[in-house]
Design a protein around this ligand. Structure first.
Ligand SMILES: *Cc1c(COP(=O)(O)O)cnc(C)c1O
Length: 461
Protein backbone atom coordinates (compact mmCIF):
# COMPACT_ATOMS: atom_id res chain seq x y z
CA UNK A 1 0.00 0.00 0.00
CA UNK A 2 1.18 3.48 -0.75
CA UNK A 3 1.40 4.60 2.89
CA UNK A 4 4.32 2.24 3.29
CA UNK A 5 6.43 4.71 1.34
CA UNK A 6 5.99 7.14 4.22
CA UNK A 7 7.72 7.07 7.55
CA UNK A 8 5.68 7.42 10.74
CA UNK A 9 7.13 10.88 11.23
CA UNK A 10 6.06 11.93 7.74
CA UNK A 11 2.54 10.60 8.26
CA UNK A 12 2.28 12.46 11.57
CA UNK A 13 3.46 15.69 9.98
CA UNK A 14 0.99 15.40 7.11
CA UNK A 15 -1.82 14.54 9.52
CA UNK A 16 -0.97 17.56 11.62
CA UNK A 17 -0.98 19.79 8.59
CA UNK A 18 -4.29 18.70 7.07
CA UNK A 19 -6.48 16.47 9.21
CA UNK A 20 -9.06 17.83 11.63
CA UNK A 21 -9.90 14.90 13.91
CA UNK A 22 -13.32 14.17 15.47
CA UNK A 23 -13.90 15.01 19.16
CA UNK A 24 -10.46 16.55 19.51
CA UNK A 25 -8.79 19.54 21.09
CA UNK A 26 -6.83 20.51 17.99
CA UNK A 27 -4.28 22.62 19.79
CA UNK A 28 -3.58 19.76 22.14
CA UNK A 29 -3.39 17.11 19.40
CA UNK A 30 -0.92 19.10 17.36
CA UNK A 31 1.40 19.20 20.32
CA UNK A 32 0.92 15.55 21.28
CA UNK A 33 0.87 14.03 17.77
CA UNK A 34 -1.06 10.99 16.64
CA UNK A 35 -0.57 7.26 16.84
CA UNK A 36 -0.81 5.76 13.36
CA UNK A 37 -2.75 2.49 13.39
CA UNK A 38 -1.84 0.74 10.18
CA UNK A 39 -3.26 -2.77 10.33
CA UNK A 40 -5.24 -5.17 12.48
CA UNK A 41 -5.89 -8.86 12.91
CA UNK A 42 -8.30 -10.78 15.15
CA UNK A 43 -8.39 -8.93 18.50
CA UNK A 44 -5.25 -6.85 17.87
CA UNK A 45 -4.41 -3.56 16.17
CA UNK A 46 -0.86 -2.63 15.14
CA UNK A 47 0.65 0.83 14.88
CA UNK A 48 3.38 1.90 12.47
CA UNK A 49 5.96 1.63 15.23
CA UNK A 50 5.28 -2.08 15.52
CA UNK A 51 3.27 -2.05 18.77
CA UNK A 52 0.64 -4.78 19.10
CA UNK A 53 -2.36 -3.50 21.04
CA UNK A 54 -5.27 -5.61 22.27
CA UNK A 55 -8.34 -3.65 21.21
CA UNK A 56 -10.54 -3.42 24.29
CA UNK A 57 -12.89 -1.00 22.55
CA UNK A 58 -13.58 -2.96 19.33
CA UNK A 59 -12.53 0.14 17.39
CA UNK A 60 -15.28 2.45 18.58
CA UNK A 61 -17.69 -0.15 19.98
CA UNK A 62 -18.16 -1.61 16.50
CA UNK A 63 -15.74 -4.33 15.39
CA UNK A 64 -17.86 -7.06 16.98
CA UNK A 65 -16.64 -9.86 14.70
CA UNK A 66 -12.99 -8.85 15.10
CA UNK A 67 -10.43 -7.80 12.51
CA UNK A 68 -9.12 -9.67 9.50
CA UNK A 69 -12.39 -11.22 8.32
CA UNK A 70 -11.64 -12.26 4.75
CA UNK A 71 -15.30 -13.16 4.17
CA UNK A 72 -16.35 -9.56 4.75
CA UNK A 73 -13.72 -8.35 2.32
CA UNK A 74 -15.02 -10.82 -0.25
CA UNK A 75 -18.65 -9.84 0.32
CA UNK A 76 -17.75 -6.19 -0.31
CA UNK A 77 -15.61 -6.81 -3.39
CA UNK A 78 -18.12 -9.18 -4.98
CA UNK A 79 -20.89 -6.62 -4.49
CA UNK A 80 -18.74 -3.78 -5.79
CA UNK A 81 -17.99 -5.73 -8.97
CA UNK A 82 -21.60 -6.55 -9.60
CA UNK A 83 -23.26 -3.31 -8.50
CA UNK A 84 -21.20 -0.78 -6.55
CA UNK A 85 -24.08 1.57 -6.05
CA UNK A 86 -27.66 2.12 -6.82
CA UNK A 87 -30.22 3.94 -4.74
CA UNK A 88 -33.55 3.10 -3.19
CA UNK A 89 -35.27 6.29 -4.36
CA UNK A 90 -37.85 6.52 -7.14
CA UNK A 91 -39.37 3.05 -6.81
CA UNK A 92 -36.08 1.17 -7.08
CA UNK A 93 -34.33 -1.17 -4.76
CA UNK A 94 -31.28 -3.44 -4.87
CA UNK A 95 -31.06 -7.00 -3.57
CA UNK A 96 -28.80 -6.65 -0.51
CA UNK A 97 -30.76 -4.01 1.48
CA UNK A 98 -33.92 -5.96 0.73
CA UNK A 99 -32.51 -9.23 2.05
CA UNK A 100 -30.90 -7.48 5.00
CA UNK A 101 -34.23 -5.92 5.95
CA UNK A 102 -35.79 -9.38 5.98
CA UNK A 103 -32.97 -10.70 8.16
CA UNK A 104 -33.25 -7.77 10.58
CA UNK A 105 -37.00 -8.32 10.89
CA UNK A 106 -36.27 -11.95 11.73
CA UNK A 107 -33.80 -11.22 14.54
CA UNK A 108 -35.56 -8.14 15.94
CA UNK A 109 -38.35 -8.41 18.55
CA UNK A 110 -41.55 -9.78 16.99
CA UNK A 111 -43.39 -6.47 16.67
CA UNK A 112 -40.56 -4.94 14.62
CA UNK A 113 -40.62 -5.68 10.91
CA UNK A 114 -39.42 -2.64 8.95
CA UNK A 115 -36.08 -0.94 8.42
CA UNK A 116 -34.90 2.54 7.38
CA UNK A 117 -31.21 2.75 6.38
CA UNK A 118 -28.54 5.40 6.80
CA UNK A 119 -24.77 5.42 7.07
CA UNK A 120 -24.29 6.27 10.74
CA UNK A 121 -25.93 6.09 14.13
CA UNK A 122 -26.32 9.86 14.13
CA UNK A 123 -28.23 9.77 10.86
CA UNK A 124 -30.41 6.96 12.15
CA UNK A 125 -31.32 9.03 15.20
CA UNK A 126 -32.15 11.99 12.95
CA UNK A 127 -34.44 9.64 11.09
CA UNK A 128 -35.95 8.39 14.34
CA UNK A 129 -36.66 11.89 15.62
CA UNK A 130 -38.29 12.94 12.37
CA UNK A 131 -40.19 9.70 12.09
CA UNK A 132 -41.81 9.78 15.54
CA UNK A 133 -42.87 13.39 15.12
CA UNK A 134 -44.22 12.61 11.67
CA UNK A 135 -46.07 9.63 13.12
CA UNK A 136 -47.96 11.82 15.59
CA UNK A 137 -48.68 14.38 12.88
CA UNK A 138 -50.16 11.62 10.72
CA UNK A 139 -52.21 10.53 13.72
CA UNK A 140 -53.65 14.04 13.84
CA UNK A 141 -51.65 15.06 16.93
CA UNK A 142 -48.87 17.32 15.63
CA UNK A 143 -48.60 19.01 19.03
CA UNK A 144 -47.46 15.69 20.54
CA UNK A 145 -43.82 16.34 19.65
CA UNK A 146 -41.72 16.69 22.81
CA UNK A 147 -38.98 14.11 23.24
CA UNK A 148 -37.71 13.19 26.69
CA UNK A 149 -34.05 12.20 26.89
CA UNK A 150 -31.50 11.92 29.69
CA UNK A 151 -28.35 13.47 31.08
CA UNK A 152 -25.20 11.80 29.77
CA UNK A 153 -27.07 10.34 26.79
CA UNK A 154 -25.02 9.98 23.62
CA UNK A 155 -27.06 9.78 20.44
CA UNK A 156 -24.52 11.03 17.91
CA UNK A 157 -23.05 14.23 16.61
CA UNK A 158 -25.35 15.71 13.98
CA UNK A 159 -27.46 18.68 15.09
CA UNK A 160 -30.51 16.55 15.87
CA UNK A 161 -28.49 13.77 17.52
CA UNK A 162 -26.58 16.27 19.65
CA UNK A 163 -29.87 17.90 20.62
CA UNK A 164 -31.12 14.50 21.77
CA UNK A 165 -27.86 13.89 23.63
CA UNK A 166 -27.28 14.84 27.22
CA UNK A 167 -23.62 15.79 27.38
CA UNK A 168 -23.63 19.34 28.69
CA UNK A 169 -20.38 20.53 27.11
CA UNK A 170 -21.35 19.11 23.73
CA UNK A 171 -24.81 20.67 23.82
CA UNK A 172 -23.32 24.08 24.60
CA UNK A 173 -21.59 24.01 21.22
CA UNK A 174 -24.92 23.58 19.45
CA UNK A 175 -25.50 27.31 19.78
CA UNK A 176 -29.19 26.52 19.42
CA UNK A 177 -30.61 23.01 19.81
CA UNK A 178 -33.54 21.38 18.01
CA UNK A 179 -36.53 22.55 20.07
CA UNK A 180 -38.80 20.48 22.29
CA UNK A 181 -36.26 18.06 23.66
CA UNK A 182 -36.02 17.76 27.44
CA UNK A 183 -33.56 15.95 29.68
CA UNK A 184 -33.98 14.13 32.95
CA UNK A 185 -31.62 12.32 35.34
CA UNK A 186 -30.00 9.07 34.20
CA UNK A 187 -29.99 5.80 36.15
CA UNK A 188 -26.42 6.11 37.44
CA UNK A 189 -26.60 4.61 40.90
CA UNK A 190 -22.90 4.93 41.73
CA UNK A 191 -23.16 8.72 41.86
CA UNK A 192 -26.86 9.44 42.14
CA UNK A 193 -28.32 6.88 44.55
CA UNK A 194 -29.04 8.22 48.03
CA UNK A 195 -27.21 6.70 51.00
CA UNK A 196 -29.01 3.49 51.91
CA UNK A 197 -31.24 3.54 48.81
CA UNK A 198 -31.45 0.09 47.23
CA UNK A 199 -30.62 -0.41 43.56
CA UNK A 200 -34.22 -1.39 42.98
CA UNK A 201 -35.61 1.77 44.57
CA UNK A 202 -33.10 3.95 42.80
CA UNK A 203 -34.12 2.43 39.46
CA UNK A 204 -37.76 3.26 40.15
CA UNK A 205 -36.85 6.80 41.20
CA UNK A 206 -34.82 7.37 38.02
CA UNK A 207 -37.78 6.09 35.96
CA UNK A 208 -40.13 8.36 37.88
CA UNK A 209 -38.05 11.33 36.69
CA UNK A 210 -39.22 10.41 33.19
CA UNK A 211 -42.84 10.23 34.28
CA UNK A 212 -42.53 13.57 36.09
CA UNK A 213 -41.22 15.17 32.90
CA UNK A 214 -44.09 13.67 30.89
CA UNK A 215 -46.64 14.98 33.38
CA UNK A 216 -45.02 18.38 33.52
CA UNK A 217 -45.13 18.73 29.73
CA UNK A 218 -48.58 17.13 29.54
CA UNK A 219 -48.73 13.62 28.02
CA UNK A 220 -50.71 15.06 25.09
CA UNK A 221 -47.53 16.98 24.16
CA UNK A 222 -44.99 14.19 24.55
CA UNK A 223 -44.09 12.14 21.48
CA UNK A 224 -41.48 9.79 22.85
CA UNK A 225 -38.81 8.88 25.36
CA UNK A 226 -35.37 8.02 23.97
CA UNK A 227 -32.65 6.08 25.79
CA UNK A 228 -29.69 3.80 25.35
CA UNK A 229 -30.44 0.53 27.20
CA UNK A 230 -26.97 0.95 28.70
CA UNK A 231 -25.48 4.42 28.35
CA UNK A 232 -22.25 3.83 26.43
CA UNK A 233 -20.14 6.90 25.71
CA UNK A 234 -21.59 8.46 28.86
CA UNK A 235 -19.62 5.91 30.89
CA UNK A 236 -21.20 2.44 30.52
CA UNK A 237 -23.94 3.32 32.96
CA UNK A 238 -25.92 0.12 33.55
CA UNK A 239 -29.38 0.77 34.99
CA UNK A 240 -30.83 -1.27 37.87
CA UNK A 241 -33.09 -4.14 36.74
CA UNK A 242 -36.15 -2.24 37.91
CA UNK A 243 -35.57 0.66 35.52
CA UNK A 244 -36.54 -0.46 32.00
CA UNK A 245 -39.75 -2.35 32.87
CA UNK A 246 -40.89 0.73 34.77
CA UNK A 247 -40.03 2.97 31.80
CA UNK A 248 -42.07 0.65 29.59
CA UNK A 249 -45.02 0.87 31.98
CA UNK A 250 -44.80 4.67 32.07
CA UNK A 251 -44.60 5.00 28.28
CA UNK A 252 -47.57 2.66 27.83
CA UNK A 253 -49.61 4.47 30.46
CA UNK A 254 -49.15 7.90 28.86
CA UNK A 255 -49.15 6.71 25.24
CA UNK A 256 -45.59 7.90 24.75
CA UNK A 257 -43.46 6.07 22.16
CA UNK A 258 -40.31 4.28 23.30
CA UNK A 259 -37.20 4.93 21.20
CA UNK A 260 -34.26 2.70 22.03
CA UNK A 261 -30.77 3.65 20.90
CA UNK A 262 -28.97 0.35 20.47
CA UNK A 263 -26.07 1.64 18.39
CA UNK A 264 -23.72 0.04 20.92
CA UNK A 265 -25.87 -2.67 22.48
CA UNK A 266 -27.22 -4.09 19.20
CA UNK A 267 -25.95 -7.21 17.45
CA UNK A 268 -24.85 -9.31 20.36
CA UNK A 269 -23.00 -7.15 22.83
CA UNK A 270 -25.48 -7.82 25.66
CA UNK A 271 -25.79 -11.55 24.96
CA UNK A 272 -28.93 -11.26 22.81
CA UNK A 273 -29.31 -9.79 19.33
CA UNK A 274 -30.69 -6.65 20.98
CA UNK A 275 -30.76 -5.33 24.54
CA UNK A 276 -34.53 -4.92 24.09
CA UNK A 277 -34.58 -8.71 24.31
CA UNK A 278 -32.16 -8.83 27.27
CA UNK A 279 -34.36 -6.33 29.11
CA UNK A 280 -37.65 -7.64 27.81
CA UNK A 281 -39.05 -4.32 26.57
CA UNK A 282 -41.01 -3.37 23.45
CA UNK A 283 -39.53 -0.27 21.82
CA UNK A 284 -41.27 1.44 18.89
CA UNK A 285 -37.95 2.22 17.23
CA UNK A 286 -34.48 0.72 17.67
CA UNK A 287 -31.54 2.70 16.37
CA UNK A 288 -28.68 0.46 15.25
CA UNK A 289 -25.35 0.97 13.46
CA UNK A 290 -21.81 0.14 14.63
CA UNK A 291 -21.86 -3.66 15.11
CA UNK A 292 -24.23 -4.16 12.17
CA UNK A 293 -21.23 -4.37 9.82
CA UNK A 294 -18.60 -4.84 12.53
CA UNK A 295 -17.33 -1.49 11.27
CA UNK A 296 -16.14 -2.88 7.92
CA UNK A 297 -18.56 -0.49 6.15
CA UNK A 298 -20.53 2.51 7.40
CA UNK A 299 -24.17 1.50 7.79
CA UNK A 300 -27.09 2.17 10.11
CA UNK A 301 -30.52 0.62 10.33
CA UNK A 302 -33.40 2.20 12.18
CA UNK A 303 -35.68 -0.69 13.10
CA UNK A 304 -39.28 0.50 13.03
CA UNK A 305 -42.07 -1.17 14.97
CA UNK A 306 -45.43 -2.13 13.47
CA UNK A 307 -47.31 0.69 15.16
CA UNK A 308 -45.37 3.45 13.38
CA UNK A 309 -44.87 1.54 10.14
CA UNK A 310 -48.53 0.70 9.68
CA UNK A 311 -49.54 4.35 10.13
CA UNK A 312 -46.98 5.39 7.51
CA UNK A 313 -48.35 2.83 5.09
CA UNK A 314 -52.04 3.32 5.82
CA UNK A 315 -52.11 7.13 5.88
CA UNK A 316 -49.70 7.54 2.97
CA UNK A 317 -48.18 10.82 1.82
CA UNK A 318 -44.49 11.18 1.16
CA UNK A 319 -42.08 11.12 4.09
CA UNK A 320 -39.57 13.70 2.85
CA UNK A 321 -36.50 12.08 4.28
CA UNK A 322 -33.63 9.87 3.12
CA UNK A 323 -29.97 9.75 2.26
CA UNK A 324 -28.08 9.13 -0.97
CA UNK A 325 -26.60 6.11 0.73
CA UNK A 326 -29.77 4.77 2.39
CA UNK A 327 -29.49 1.03 1.76
CA UNK A 328 -26.04 1.15 0.19
CA UNK A 329 -25.66 -2.22 -1.58
CA UNK A 330 -22.02 -2.77 -0.56
CA UNK A 331 -22.59 -1.89 3.09
CA UNK A 332 -25.66 -4.13 3.18
CA UNK A 333 -23.76 -7.02 1.59
CA UNK A 334 -21.17 -6.74 4.34
CA UNK A 335 -23.87 -6.55 7.02
CA UNK A 336 -25.53 -9.72 5.74
CA UNK A 337 -22.24 -11.60 5.84
CA UNK A 338 -21.39 -10.15 9.26
CA UNK A 339 -24.68 -11.33 10.77
CA UNK A 340 -24.10 -14.73 9.19
CA UNK A 341 -20.68 -14.95 10.88
CA UNK A 342 -22.07 -13.90 14.28
CA UNK A 343 -24.74 -16.58 13.96
CA UNK A 344 -22.54 -19.32 12.57
CA UNK A 345 -19.89 -18.88 15.26
CA UNK A 346 -22.45 -18.63 18.04
CA UNK A 347 -20.88 -15.39 19.26
CA UNK A 348 -24.02 -14.14 20.98
CA UNK A 349 -24.57 -17.29 23.04
CA UNK A 350 -20.89 -17.20 23.94
CA UNK A 351 -21.24 -13.66 25.29
CA UNK A 352 -24.36 -14.58 27.25
CA UNK A 353 -23.18 -17.89 28.72
CA UNK A 354 -19.42 -17.73 28.78
CA UNK A 355 -17.41 -14.60 28.08
CA UNK A 356 -19.90 -12.10 29.53
CA UNK A 357 -20.04 -13.77 32.97
CA UNK A 358 -16.30 -14.49 32.80
CA UNK A 359 -15.44 -10.85 32.08
CA UNK A 360 -17.21 -9.90 35.31
CA UNK A 361 -15.50 -12.63 37.35
CA UNK A 362 -12.07 -11.86 35.95
CA UNK A 363 -12.37 -8.13 36.58
CA UNK A 364 -13.58 -8.78 40.12
CA UNK A 365 -10.76 -11.21 40.78
CA UNK A 366 -8.11 -8.97 39.24
CA UNK A 367 -9.25 -5.55 40.40
CA UNK A 368 -12.05 -5.98 42.93
CA UNK A 369 -9.71 -5.31 45.84
CA UNK A 370 -7.73 -2.50 44.23
CA UNK A 371 -7.60 0.63 46.43
CA UNK A 372 -8.49 2.79 43.42
CA UNK A 373 -11.55 0.80 42.31
CA UNK A 374 -14.93 2.04 43.55
CA UNK A 375 -17.16 -0.26 41.50
CA UNK A 376 -16.97 -2.76 38.66
CA UNK A 377 -20.01 -3.01 36.37
CA UNK A 378 -20.49 -5.31 33.43
CA UNK A 379 -23.31 -6.38 31.15
CA UNK A 380 -22.44 -8.85 28.39
CA UNK A 381 -19.21 -7.53 26.90
CA UNK A 382 -19.53 -4.01 28.25
CA UNK A 383 -17.53 -3.05 31.31
CA UNK A 384 -16.95 -0.03 33.52
CA UNK A 385 -14.56 0.52 36.40
CA UNK A 386 -15.14 3.51 38.67
CA UNK A 387 -11.85 5.15 39.65
CA UNK A 388 -11.69 6.58 43.19
CA UNK A 389 -9.05 7.99 45.48
CA UNK A 390 -10.68 6.35 48.49
CA UNK A 391 -12.73 3.16 48.21
CA UNK A 392 -14.72 3.82 51.36
CA UNK A 393 -15.70 7.46 50.90
CA UNK A 394 -15.70 7.22 47.07
CA UNK A 395 -13.77 10.47 46.96
CA UNK A 396 -12.40 11.10 43.47
CA UNK A 397 -9.00 12.31 42.35
CA UNK A 398 -8.89 15.99 41.42
CA UNK A 399 -9.31 17.53 38.98
CA UNK A 400 -12.31 15.52 37.80
CA UNK A 401 -11.45 12.98 35.13
CA UNK A 402 -7.69 13.32 35.51
CA UNK A 403 -6.87 9.92 37.05
CA UNK A 404 -8.50 7.67 34.41
CA UNK A 405 -6.46 9.37 31.69
CA UNK A 406 -3.28 8.34 33.49
CA UNK A 407 -4.58 4.76 33.77
CA UNK A 408 -5.60 4.75 30.13
CA UNK A 409 -2.16 5.88 28.99
CA UNK A 410 -0.54 3.10 31.00
CA UNK A 411 -3.03 0.54 29.67
CA UNK A 412 -2.17 1.50 26.10
CA UNK A 413 1.55 1.40 26.90
CA UNK A 414 0.95 -2.11 28.31
CA UNK A 415 -0.76 -3.14 25.07
CA UNK A 416 -4.46 -2.67 25.86
CA UNK A 417 -6.70 -0.08 24.25
CA UNK A 418 -9.35 1.13 26.68
CA UNK A 419 -11.09 4.43 27.23
CA UNK A 420 -11.56 6.92 30.03
CA UNK A 421 -14.86 8.79 30.41
CA UNK A 422 -14.80 11.30 33.24
CA UNK A 423 -13.84 9.15 36.26
CA UNK A 424 -14.75 5.83 34.70
CA UNK A 425 -12.62 3.38 32.73
CA UNK A 426 -14.64 1.59 30.07
CA UNK A 427 -14.30 -1.40 27.78
CA UNK A 428 -16.31 -2.81 24.90
CA UNK A 429 -14.28 -5.63 23.38
CA UNK A 430 -15.00 -7.57 20.19
CA UNK A 431 -17.35 -10.51 20.69
CA UNK A 432 -14.58 -12.87 19.54
CA UNK A 433 -12.71 -12.43 22.82
CA UNK A 434 -12.11 -15.71 24.65
CA UNK A 435 -11.44 -16.35 28.34
CA UNK A 436 -7.72 -16.21 27.50
CA UNK A 437 -8.08 -12.79 25.87
CA UNK A 438 -9.99 -11.57 28.90
CA UNK A 439 -7.25 -12.81 31.23
CA UNK A 440 -4.66 -11.00 29.12
CA UNK A 441 -6.71 -7.79 29.27
CA UNK A 442 -7.34 -7.93 33.02
CA UNK A 443 -3.67 -8.50 33.66
CA UNK A 444 -2.81 -5.39 31.65
CA UNK A 445 -5.48 -3.32 33.36
CA UNK A 446 -4.23 -4.36 36.80
CA UNK A 447 -0.69 -3.31 35.89
CA UNK A 448 -1.97 0.00 34.54
CA UNK A 449 -3.86 0.68 37.80
CA UNK A 450 -0.81 -0.23 39.89
CA UNK A 451 1.57 2.01 37.96
CA UNK A 452 -0.92 4.86 37.83
CA UNK A 453 -1.54 4.56 41.55
CA UNK A 454 2.11 5.07 42.40
CA UNK A 455 2.24 8.18 40.24
CA UNK A 456 -1.04 9.61 41.41
CA UNK A 457 -0.44 9.08 45.10
CA UNK A 458 3.04 10.56 44.85
CA UNK A 459 1.57 13.49 42.95
CA UNK A 460 3.86 12.88 40.01
CA UNK A 461 1.05 13.42 37.50
C1 LIG B 1 -21.87 5.96 18.37
C2 LIG B 1 -23.25 6.20 18.80
C3 LIG B 1 -24.13 6.95 18.02
C4 LIG B 1 -23.69 7.68 16.79
O1 LIG B 1 -23.27 6.84 15.79
P1 LIG B 1 -22.34 7.44 14.61
O2 LIG B 1 -22.21 6.31 13.66
O3 LIG B 1 -21.05 7.86 15.25
O4 LIG B 1 -23.04 8.60 14.04
C5 LIG B 1 -25.44 7.05 18.43
N1 LIG B 1 -25.86 6.45 19.55
C6 LIG B 1 -25.05 5.72 20.33
C7 LIG B 1 -25.61 5.05 21.54
C8 LIG B 1 -23.71 5.58 19.99
O5 LIG B 1 -22.89 4.90 20.77
Amino acid sequence: MTYKNYSTEQLRAIDNAHHLHPFTDHKDLRQAGTRVIARADGPFVYDTEGNEILDGMAGLWCVNAGYGREELVEAATAQMRELPYYNAFFRCTTPTPTLLAQKLAEIAPDHINQVFYGSSGSEANDTALRLVRHYWALEGKPEKNIIISRDWAYHGSTVAATSLGGMAAMREQLYGAVPNIRHVMCPYAFELANPGESDHDFGLRAAKAVEDAILEAGPENVAAFIGEPIQGAGGVKIPPESYWPEIQRICDKHDVLLMLDEVITGYGRTGEWFAAQSMNIKPDTITTAKGLTSGYQPLSALLVGDRIASTLVEKGGEFYHGYTYSGHPVACAVALKNLEIIEREGLIGRVRDETGPYLHEALQAGLGDHPMVGEIRTFGLLAAIEVVKDRDTRERFQPEGSAPVVIRDHAIANGLMMRAVMDTMIMSPPLIWTKETIDMAVDRIRKAFDTAEKELRQGRR
